[in-house]
Design a binder for this molecule. Structure first.
Ligand code: FES
Length: 509
C-alpha cells in the first residue's frame, strides 16, 4: 500500500487503474490470489485462462504496491550467472536463463494477444564495471552466461553513451515496459475471462476448511481449493520465509533529458553501490524523455535519513550525463533479497500443500514475478514445471549460508534496540512532519508530529514479531529493520509481513 506521497512519487503513478469493491461476503472459488501486483495478476490471468474460477484480493488498490515502484527492467538475474553456476551448478544456471527468457516472452505474448498498450519494447542491456577490478567478473560472467544459453556479446564500450564505461557485456533482446499500463491490461484480460477483484480487502489468515482452504479478510472470507500469496513478502508465514530473505529499500530518480540524447538501452554496473538505468517517455509526450536511474540500496529500517541517497544518485548521473535536466521524480521501493540469490516460487513450506508463494524477487521483479506465476499455475493445474525444484521455497539456504547467517545476525541485533534510549528525550524535540522513537518508562513509542503540530503516537513494537520500528524520513513511514514491515504515520500496514496496524498509544504529558 505504497501510495504516492509528496516526497516519493514514481514516474508510473500518473496512470490511474480501476477501483474495485471491498469484499463483504463469503465466496467460494477454485483459486484465491492474494496481492494485485505483477505476480498476483499474472497468476490470476493464467489460471483463469486455464478455466479456473479465480478471485483476487488486495489490501490496498491494484498497483499501489511494489509494481508501482519498480523500474520495470527485464534484465538478467541480480546474482551473476557465474555465481549461480558456482552455487547451483551449470544445469541450474541454464534453467535460470530459460526461466528469464520464457518469462519475458510470456509478457510479450500477453501484450500482443490481449492488445495491451504498455510501451513494451525489446532492447539490449549492458553490464559494465565502474572500476578495472570488476572487469574479471565480466569475463567470468560472459563465459557462464553463454554456457547457460544467454544471447550475449562483449564490447569495449557501451554504444552511444556520453561517458567512458570501459569493457561491457551486451545482453541481447532484453525488455522494458510501463508496469502500471501492463497491470491495467492484465486487469481487463483477467476480468474478460470471468475473474473477480476486490480491493481494500486485507487477508488476515489462511486456515483449513474441510478439504479446502479459507482466506479470512477483515470483512469477508473466500473458500478456495488453492491460495496464491503474491504479496511481495508472504504474510502467512511468521518465521521460515523471513529467515531466508532480507528486505532492502532501493532509491530511484527520474531526470529529464532531451529526446534522442540518451540511447534506448538498459544499463547497469557491478559496483557497490550499483546503479541501474533506463529511459521512458513522459505522459506529456514532450520533446524530452525521463532517464530513470536507481540504486543506493540499504536494509529496510536501517537508515533513518535516506534522502541523501537521492542526492548521491543524482550526482552520479550529472557526472556522466551532462545533458541531464531537472529531476521530476524521486521514489523508493522494496526488494526482497533471498539468501542464496534465487527467488522463491512454489508451495509455501509451512502450510497446506495448496498454499503457494511468490517472493524473493531480488530486484528482478518483472521476470521473477512472471516466472513465479508460471510455476504456481503449473503446480495448481497438476503439471510438473521444469523450474519447480530450483525455485522451491522449501529449499535450505545451503548455497547462501554466509549471507543467511549474516542476515540472521543482523535481525537478531535489531532486538537490542529495546534496551537503548529513544531518538529524542521529549516530544517537544519532534518537528512538524517528522517522527522519532521516544522512550516512555519501559515502553518505546513511535511518535509523529503532523504539520498542524498534532502528535500521533503508537507502540514502536512491530506487529509482526516485535522489533522496534524506525523512522523513514524519505517515505514518512515507520519501517521495521527485522523483516521489512512498514507502517504509515497513522499506524496502518503499508508493507507486510505484518497484517495488524501499530497499536495506538498515549504520550505522557
Ligand atoms: Fe518482522 Fe517487524 S517485520 S518483526
Amino acid at each position: 500500500m505504497n501510495s504516492p506521497s509528496a516526497g516519493s512519487r514514481s514516474v508510473w503513478m500518473t496512470t490511474v487503474l480501476p477501483k474495485f469493491p471491498i469484499l463483504q461476503e463469503k465466496l467460494e472459488t477454485d483459486v484465491c490470489v492474494i496481492g494485485g501486483g505483477i505476480a498476483g495478476l499474472t497468476a490470476a490471468y493464467l489460471l483463469s485462462r486455464e478455466g479456473r474460477s479465480v478471485v483476487l484480493i488486495d489490501a490496498a488498490e491494484i498497483g499501489c504496491g511494489e509494481t508501482g515502484r519498480t523500474t520495470a527492467h527485464f534484465f538478467p538475474p541480480d546474482n551473476r550467472y557465474f555465481e549461480i553456476e558456482d552455487a547451483f551448478g551449470a544445469e541450474n544456471a541454464r534453467l535460470v536463463a530459460e526461466s528469464f527468457q520464457q518469462a519475458t516472452a510470456l509478457v510479450e505474448t500477453i501484450v500482443e494477444q490481449e492488445g495491451i498498450d504498455c510501451e513494451f519494447e525489446r532492447l539490449n542491456g549492458y553490464l559494465f564495471s565502474l572500476n578495472p577490478e570488476g572487469n574479471a567478473d565480466l569475463d567470468r560472467e560472459f563465459e557462464a552466461a553463454r554456457k547457460a544459453g544467454v544471447e550475449i556479446g562483449k564490447k569495449g564500450q557501451v554504444p552511444d553513451v556520453s561517458f567512458i564505461t570501459g569493457p561491457c557485456l551486451e545482453f541481447r533482446n532484453q525488455a522494458q515496459f510501463h508496469p502500471l499500463k501492463y497491470l491495467g491490461g492484465l486487469i481487463e484480460a483477467f476480468r474478460r475471462k470471468g475473474g473477480s477483484i476486490y480491493t481494500r480487502t486485507r487477508a488476515l489468515d489462511i486456515s483449513r476448511c474441510g478439504t479446502a482452504l479459507k482466506v479470512i479478510t477483515e470483512s469477508g472470507s473466500i473458500v478456495a481449493h488453492a491460495v496464491v500469496v503474491a504479496t511481495n513478502t508472504p504474510f502467512n508465514d511468521d518465521v521460515v520465509m523471513h529467515t531466508k530473505q532480507a528486505a532492502y529499500r532501493t532509491y530511484v530518480v527520474g531526470i529529464r533529458v532531451p529526446k534522442g540524447s540518451v540511447p534506448r538501452i538498459l544499463l547497469w554496473d557491478n559496483g557497490d553501490p550499483y546503479h541501474y538505468i533506463r529511459l521512458t517517455t513522459p505522459d506529456d509526450k514532450s520533446e524530452e524523455e525521463i532517464l530513470v536511474v536507481g540504486g543506493a540500496d540499504h536494509k529496510v529500517g536501517q537508515d533513518e535519513h535516506p534522502v541523501h541517497r537521492y542526492d548521491e544518485i543524482e550526482a552520479w548521473v550529472r557526472k556522466r550525463y551532462p545533458m541531464a535536466g531537472p529531476v521530476d521524480f524521486k521514489w523508493s521501493g522494496q526488494v526482497m533479497e533471498p539468501a542464496d540469490g534465487i527467488g522463491y516460487m512454489g508451495r509455501n513450506p509451512m502450510d497446506d500443500k495448496n498454499v503457494y508463494v511468490i517472493t524473493g524477487d531480488s530486484g528482478n521483479g518483472m521476470t521473477h514475478c512472471t516466472a513465479g506465476a508460471m510455476v504456481v499455475t503449473d503446480l495448481i493445474m497438476g503439471r510438473d514445471n521444469a523450474w519447480q525444484d530450483l525455485y522451491d521455497p522449501a529449499r535450505k539456504p545451503i548455497h547462501g549460508m554466509p549471507e543467511f547467517l549474516q542476515e540472521l545476525g543482523n535481525t537478531v541485533m535489531q532486538y537490542a534496540d529495546w534496551v537503548k534510549g529513544g531518538d529524542v528525550e521529549s516530544p517537544a524535540q519532534i518537528q512538524p512532519g517528522k517522527g522519532a522513537i521516544l522512550r516512555q518508562g519501559g515502553r518505546k513509542l513511535a511518535v509523529y508530529r503532523d504539520d498542524n503540530g498534532v502528535l500521533h503516537a503508537f507502540s514502536a513494537a512491530c506487529t509482526h514479531m516485535g522489533c522496534v520500528v524506525s523512522w523513514n524520513a524519505a517515505e514518512t513511514s515507520w519501517d521495521c529493520p527485522c523483516h521489512g514491515s512498514r507502517f504509515s504515520v497513522s499506524g496502518e500496514v503499508l508493507h507486510g509481513p505484518a497484517v495488524m496496524p501499530l497499536e495506538a498509544a498515549q504520550v505522557d504529558p
